[in-house]
Structures are given as C-alpha cells and as structure tokens.
Ligand binder design. Structure first.
Ligand code: SF4
Length: 398
C-alpha cells in the first residue's frame, strides 16, 4: 500500500523501502504509523527530516490568484487569525475576570490547533496571533510556535508573522525560548505603570516588577518593538495616561491605549467608563505636542503617534468612539476549538466538532468559507439593541 500522498512527494526511494521493511519488523501493516522507537535510528532521522521538510512546505504551491483568498460577505480578506490556546490565566484583572467563573473551556491537543492553523494558512492567513487567557501557561506552546514557524503563506510563500499577547508575568524566563521557537513579536497587556495600581488591577502582589522585567527580556531577545496594551477605565487607571507616555519614551516600547469594550465576564460595562480617543489625544498633547504617524496597513487597529522630539510611540485603539470594522481582517479560534467571526459574535461555530467527525481538509475549508460569508459587518456598541457577545474576552482570546 502506497504511503499517504503528502509523504510521497520528494521521498528518496530508499526511505520508502526502509519504511516497508520496518513495518514488517514491527509486525505492522505497511502505511500504519510506526512508533518512532520502532524505526532504526537512521530511518527515524530521515523520517524526522522529511516530516519537518513537509511541514515547511506551503500547504499548496504558492497560489497565484488573489481571488482564492478567504473573504467574508463584505469582500474583506481574512488574513489575520487569532488563536486562543487556553482560557486559564494567572491574573484576575478587575475589568476582565469580574465573575467567579474561572476557567470554563477545555484546551485542545496542540495537533488540533496546528491542523486548524495549516488550513487557515492555505486560505490566505498571513498573521497568527496566539492569545488566551494567558498563553504562556499553555504546555506545548513552544512546539506549537516552532511548527507554525515552518509554515509558509499560501500567496507569497513567505514565513508567517507570528505574534502573541501575554500578561508578561512569565515572560522574563521564557523570552529567549519563544524567540528561538520562531515568535516574531509580543504584545504585553499592562494597565498601570506603578506597582501599587498594577497590583490593585491584577489582584496579584508584586506583579509590576515581574512584567517590567519580562518586557526588558523580550527586547533583549529580539521580540521587539514590544507593544504594551493598556485598557483605560475612567476613574480607575485613566490617571496613568501621562505616566504611560513617559514609560514608552523611557523603555522604548509602543504604548497602545484601548477604549474599554463591553467584553468583561459579568457585564458591568457602561459608556461612562470609556475614555474616548479625543480625550486621550488632548491629555497627551497637553503633555507634549503629538505627531501623527502613518498606518502600517489598512487593517491596523491603532492610530499611531509620536511626540515632536520623535521619542516614544503611542497607539490609540478606539473601537467605541472610532470603530474600524470596515477594514476588519480578523477571525478567531477559541481555546476549545470554536470559530468566531467577530469579537462581538453571538455565535460560536463548532470547528473542532466538524474535525472530530472526520471531515477532510477540503470539507473543513468549504465549511469555513460558508461560515465567514456571514461575518458581522461591524459591532453595534452603544446602539439600541446592542447585545453583548456570547463570551467574555478572557474566553475568546482578544
Ligand atoms: S468588532 Fe468585529 S468586525 Fe469590528 S473590528 Fe472587531 S472583530 Fe472586526
């Protein structure tokens, strides 16, 4: 019986023969997966070489026609996949873990996430952001990053842009390994730059210093420019705006202020808690003249600024006062394998269920194409009839 097609490509004759002989030796029918231990060392070595080469080959030859890209019903190309690998977290931030729910959703074996990523990459995804909960808590994370770093984009054959959003608590000890595994960039969620307010928000003592040291370790490891995401809540940490600007200038990190969205666990959001972009710009301009910077690409969510002396970079993500849904390029997979077409979706689409039922890659692909055709045009925050999403942020993954 012939080897599975993906394994036939470019396989030296002797490896194929070696495999058949080894199946006999291991009393297994040819084609059955051989436990690596059953393979003579040189064959095991050759097989590992072939497998990693196969993993780095683009799912399909580089696609020429852009029309094959995954698009939603509004013709937006979906090139940005956010994959949550856990909803566990070692922080209990007051505006996020407001309920007592704790972890609610299972985590999948890394192999399932890998298949999902490979399929989305074959459809044109070029950027994969790993999220959580707190992704650094996830066992097998480095292997996942390493395997994703072997994949190539379907439309240009280039490496994927692999990024991660973390609370930074474990970063100081993991930064080098993450970089070696193939992570390109890291964003750290941080909502205060003084230890006392930081511990009050995260409800974890002495957490500020750990995160600051993690950021510095990430910069040394080459995971920069490190971005800092700060969710601003009026009356809670909006006093930190100027201090964060100084932090950006001092630590050479990109600080992004995010307007508070109705995504927390127990639904306590109100429009009054939002600090709108206009106000943030006024506060910063009063500190030192701001200079607008151009966007890196059309679907960038942050408005970029520096100061008149060019020191520091500030981003403002204003989904409430200045929505950016028109250019949305994002789809999300939750830690338990559900596809979400928008942060504010009312629906989870059961991707893992379909896979576990034995669907082929082509069947999964046509299912995805049908699902994203109904991707929401935009959110309706603050509008009459606005419905909060079916899951809180910590269970979606940002
Ligand atoms: S709210 Fe939904 S449509 Fe708008 S930018 Fe976010 S994910 Fe995209």
């Amino acid at each position: 019986m012939a080897l599975p097609p993906i394994f036939q490509r470019d396989i030296p004759e002797e490896a194929s023969e070696a495999l058949s002989a080894d199946h006999a030796a291991a009393r297994l029918p040819v084609g059955a997966p051989l436990p690596e231990a059953a393979l003579p060392s040189d064959a095991a070595g050759r097989l590992r070489g072939i497998l990693s080469e196969a993993a780095s080959m683009p799912a399909d030859p580089v696609r020429s026609s852009d029309s094959l890209r995954l698009r939603d019903g509004h013709q937006r190309a979906l090139t940005d996949l956010r994959l949550s690998v856990t909803d566990r977290c070692n922080y209990r931030c007051v505006y996020c873990r407001t309920g007592n729910g704790g972890e609610q959703f299972t985590e999948l074996p890394i192999a399932h996430y890998l298949r999902m990523v490979r399929i989305f990459v074959s459809l044109g995804v070029e950027k994969v952001r790993l999220t959580g909960g707190e992704p650094l808590l996830r066992h097998g994370l480095l292997d996942l990053i390493s395997e994703i770093s072997r994949m190539r984009t379907a439309f240009s054959g280039t490496p994927l842009d692999i990024a991660m959003t973390s609370n930074g608590h474990l970063l100081a000890t993991m930064a080098e390994d993450l970089k070696r595994a193939g992570l390109a960039r890291i964003t750290v969620s941080m909502d205060a730059v003084d230890p006392e307010t930081f511990a009050r928000i995260t409800r974890v003592p002495n957490s500020f210093e750990r995160v600051r040291d993690g950021i510095r370790a990430a910069q040394r490891a080459g995971l920069g420019p490190v971005k800092i995401n700060c969710v601003l809540l009026r009356g809670f940490n909006d006093s930190q705006i100027e201090a964060f600007a100084e932090f950006s200038r001092r630590e050479q990190v990109i600080v992004r202020f995010i307007e508070f969205m109705p995504l927390e666990e127990d639904r306590s959001w109100s429009p009054d808690t939002v600090v709108p972009m206009r106000e943030i710009v006024e506060r910063l301009n009063a500190m030192r003249p701001l200079v607008a910077l151009p966007a890196h690409h059309a679907s960038e969510t942050a408005r970029r600024f520096t100061f008149d002396d060019g020191l520091g970079e500030i981003g403002i993500i204003a989904p409430v006062s200045e929505p950016f849904c028109g250019q949305c390029s994002r789809v999300r997979i939750t830690s338990d394998g559900k596809l979400r077409t928008c942060l504010f979706s009312q629906l989870d689409h059961d991707l893992i269920g379909l896979m576990l039922k034995g669907a082929t890659d082509d069947e999964v692909i046509s299912w995805i194409q049908k699902v994203v055709l109904h991707k929401e045009a935009r959110h309706h925050i603050g509008e009459p009839g606005f419905l909060k999403p079916s899951r809180g942020m910590v269970h979606i993954g940002g």
